[in-house]
Design a protein. Structure first.
Length: 440
């Protein structure tokens, strides 16, 4: 570990907002609009020096600290204390010879993807281009090509973090703090930058096929079989989406609940074969596969880009039967609140051990079942009851939950998101770097 010397600062270079400032909410605006932070002070960090100053101020005044980048993974809002926003820190520097990139705390996936593509490289990025690279990576990071390349945290090479003592550190392999950052999201500091490995991917064959949920009996067994038999190059996901009846929505899917089967393949042959099998199973209302540059890979899922309020949870499961999948989809379709479901095949490189110590739990999971709902004008109890019903069919094979896909204030416990080995690692790191519990 290298301890980086930072001169004492009496002020920060970015904006500082206080509880009663009129533009406080603008500084805290993020993708998740439910339960925003309500701090005493917000520091809009421009660089690591600002983060150091903010953390030292909080430590000197015994104030709790939270951090926000894009706000996608925002859970319960902080009341009081200090919030550090890192959205201004969006630098990305690619080293094409080493196939790495140094990425600052506020950079989004789209920033890194574009910078890497200029060198014929790609990060192990996920389905949504607007998500923050740091938060995504620290939470494990389930990428579109994860079955071929593993978790995003497997590609973490180094991290720069301001710990609870206000010291900026650079950590790498062999350090327990670094191991905890590889998928554990330890609440012991503010990560100001990460260095990640890149992979030689320029294009993929991918896309989504929309089918009517009324054809679920014919489609679901095919999707599950395609996923179970998929080579590691092929990513397979099934979405259950209630589509609103709006003029902006394409007519073939407008006002329907649809099954959205997403396929991504670095080779192409397996995806084309899967598409043919699906088209033989039931009519495709819209969509299909095409060759895409990695810079357009976000179009595969086509997730909404407008900030909104939502809550979501998930289950990592050891196996998934045709019966359980059918029950999950049926529960989503009949729920009293709108439920968007994502059932994604894991396995492959995601199941292999990391090189060195890391903090990803439940690598042995074969599938992940996710459910998410808008909370605008919807009672929390109704959302959580619906989510429990959607996940009930896989309760018997659930291993745990992925913290990166627990959204809003959805209840979750440490033993659900971290295996015992990881909980012990995180406890040691907490005691070493934030014994005063400034974070978390």
């Amino acid at each position: 570990m290298t301890r980086i010397a930072i001169p004492a600062l009496t002020d920060v270079r970015g904006p500082v907002r206080h509880r009663d400032d009129a533009d406080l909410s603008d500084e805290l605006a993020g993708f998740q609009t439910a339960d925003p932070h309500r701090p005493d002070v917000v520091v809009g960090a421009r660089d690591a020096h600002d983060v150091v100053a903010a953390v030292r101020h909080a430590a000197d005044h015994d104030l709790p600290v939270a951090v926000q980048a894009t706000g996608h993974g925002h859970t319960a809002g902080r009341v009081g204390g200090v919030v550090v926003t890192t959205g201004r820190m969006r630098g990305v520097a690619v080293d094409p010879m080493r196939r790495t990139a140094r990425v600052e705390a506020g950079a989004r996936s789209t920033d890194l993807v574009a910078a890497a593509a200029a060198h014929g490289l790609a990060p192990v990025s996920g389905s949504f281009p607007g998500v923050g690279v740091v938060g995504y990576t620290l939470g494990g990071g389930l990428g579109l090509l994860g079955r071929e390349y593993g978790w995003a945290s497997d590609h973490l090479r180094a991290a720069e973090i301001v710990t609870g003592d206000g010291v900026l550190r650079r950590v790498g392999p062999g350090d327990e703090l670094f191991a905890a950052l590889r998928g554990g999201r330890p609440d012991v500091g503010v990560v100001t930058a990460v260095t990640v490995g890149l992979v030689p991917v320029r294009t993929v064959v991918g896309g989504g096929l929309f089918l009517d949920a009324a054809d679920a009996d014919r489609v679901l067994p095919v999707v599950r079989r395609v996923g179970a038999q998929a080579p590691e190059s092929l990513g397979v996901s099934l979405g259950v989406v209630p589509v609103p009846d709006l003029d902006v929505v394409p007519a073939p899917i407008r006002g329907r609940t649809v099954l959205h089967v997403r396929l991504v393949d670095s080779d192409g042959a397996a995806a084309r074969a899967a598409e043919a099998v699906l088209r033989a199973a039931a009519p495709v209302l819209l969509g299909g596969l095409t060759e895409l540059p990695w810079t357009a890979s976000g179009s595969v899922f086509g997730e909404p880009e407008t900030p909104h309020a939502y809550e979501g949870t998930n289950a990592l499961v050891s196996e998934l039967s045709d019966e359980a999948l059918a029950e999950v989809v049926a529960a989503a379709r009949t729920a009293p609140v709108g439920c968007v479901v994502d059932v994604r095949r894991l396995g492959g490189a995601l199941a292999r051990p990391a090189e060195g110590i890391d903090a990803v739990s439940w690598r042995e999971a074969g599938w992940i079942v996710r459910v998410l709902s808008s909370t605008d004008g919807v009672p929390t109890a109704a959302v959580r009851a619906s989510h429990a019903a959607v996940l009930a069919p896989v309760a018997g094979v659930r291993l745990g939950r992925m913290a990166g896909f627990v959204y809003g204030a959805a209840p979750v416990t440490a033993d659900e998101v971290h295996a015992p080995r990881v909980r012990s690692l995180l406890a040691r790191v907490r005691e070493a770097y934030d014994p005063g519990r400034l974070f978390g």
